[in-house]
Design a protein around this ligand. Structure first.
Ligand SMILES: Cc1ncc(COP(=O)(O)O)c(C=O)c1O
Length: 408
């Protein structure tokens, strides 16, 4: 007998769980595991942000706020969106959420009817698929591969759109590939979306500030005035300000009924984001941002090191990440190696080749990475370079050793 609701049959447990559990048990045995799994910057939240939250706590900012968050923070976000992107939103068109994650969840719950389709380019961030399913919708994937630099074309987008399409999700820079779309590429996608006014656009801009090589950030709302009113901007403080544990994100949308519905869902579930944490976020938007440049400097150094080393490893294909802190090697070339064939023979029940590789890498070489299937792409794995260059060097050495052995 199951006590669970039917919807739980549709939601996949995270494929990262098995790897995380194995990693934890190896560490508990005192093994020196190199962790490439982190989805958060390896830097602390800047002190002035912490101080602002402490000060708010001392001042007695300990009560409920409006569900959508304190007005000064919504005003500051409205100013940020104007200053950084030239997009006009009033504070009433903004909701502060428990991370970008809750903004996305509230949105899908607010707009999806049973059977509505949501277009998600893959590889994609782990939660989009399951959130859409939980809301009763149908995820429709546009597959991309390393050979196309993990980018899809306007034609592919056009063919994915149907009368049932409710929304299209774009995450640029992307988790897990780090790939970002240029202004010109977005403009060609926008042309297709302009032909389909029934499609809402979700712009997940969470890695906006982590874009490298002098590239500038653009999203679909910025490149098309026509799409702007039916776009939901999702962003947050986790990645840019190293505030993952604070749980602070937001959504902005011109379509008042959507924002109000998101507010209602939040009001009936979690209510406002922790009050004093919101004052930390307010400080983040007003503080000196040189630490973001420092963080970027480290990320670029690590990315370049990984690019150089990984592209020399036989059987791995890499697309150069433009941003975020992930790199996503495709390992289809490795499947023909004698060692991999041996692994498959020894584990006939394992159909997920990325997971087979990651389990072997962790068990025998003590390197923890996330299998590509977690992001809807096979066979591949994600390396997060939100860890020190020394750890990265150690991890790459072990990876090289593992692959050399598979080819021998
Ligand atoms: C693409 C993407 N969107 C949204 C989120 C949610 O972040 P948070 O809820 O911490 O704001 C993440 C976190 O990993 C992410 O990678």
């Amino acid at each position: 007998m199951s006590f669970l609701a039917d919807r739980m049959k549709e939601v996949a447990p995270s494929p990262t769980l098995a790897i995380s559990a194995l990693s934890a048990s190896l560490r508990a045995q005192g093994k020196d595991v190199v962790g490439f799994g982190a989805g958060e910057p390896d830097f602390d939240t800047p002190d002035e942000i912490k101080e602002a939250a402490i000060e708010a706590l001392r001042r007695g900012e300990t009560k409920y706020t409006a569900v959508s968050g304190i007005l000064p923070l919504r005003k500051a976000i409205s100013e940020k969106l104007k200053k950084d992107h030239n997009l006009d939103y009033t504070p009433e068109e903004i909701v502060i959420t428990n991370g970008g994650k809750q903004a996305l969840y509230n949105f899908f719950m607010a707009v999806i009817n049973p059977g509505d389709e949501v277009i998600i380019p893959s590889p994609y961030w782990v939660s989009y698929r399951d959130m859409v399913v939980l809301a009763g919708g149908k995820p429709v994937f546009i597959s991309t591969g390393v050979e196309q630099n993990f980018k899809f074309t306007a034609e592919e987008l056009r063919s994915a759109i149907t009368k049932r399409t409710k929304a299209f999700v774009l995450n640029s820079p992307n988790n897990p590939t780090g790939i970002a779309y240029s202004r010109e590429e977005l403009a060609t996608l926008a042309q297709v979306l302009e032909e389909h006014p029934h499609v809402l656009v979700v712009s997940d801009d969470i890695y906006e500030k982590l874009l490298y090589d002098g590239k500038s950030f653009y999203n679909l709302a910025m490149v098309s005035r026509e799409i702007f009113p039916r776009t939901v901007i999702v962003n947050g403080f986790s990645k840019a300000y190293s505030m993952t544990g604070w749980r602070l994100g937001y959504a902005a949308c011109k379509e008042r009924q959507i924002i109000e519905a998101m507010d209602t869902i939040q009001g009936q579930s979690t209510s406002n984001v922790t009050t004093f944490a919101q004052y930390g976020a307010l400080k983040a938007l007003g503080c000196d941002t040189s630490f973001i440049d420092q963080m970027k400097h480290h990320f670029v150094e690590r990315r370049d090191y990984l690019l150089k080393e990984l592209s020399q490893i036989k059987g791995m294909r890499i697309a150069k990440p433009d941003g975020a802190f992930y790199i996503f090697p495709d390992i289809s070339g490795l499947l023909q190696s004698p060692g991999f064939e041996r692994l498959q023979r020894e584990n006939p029940e394992e159909k997920d080749m990325g997971k087979l590789f990651c389990t072997h890498l962790l068990q025998d070489y003590l390197v923890a990475a996330v299998p590509g299937s977690a992001f809807g792409y096979e066979p591949a794995f994600r390396i997060s370079y939100a860890t020190s260059l020394d750890q990265i060097k150690k991890g790459v050495e072990r990876l090289q050793e593992c692959v050399d052995k598979l080819w021998s």
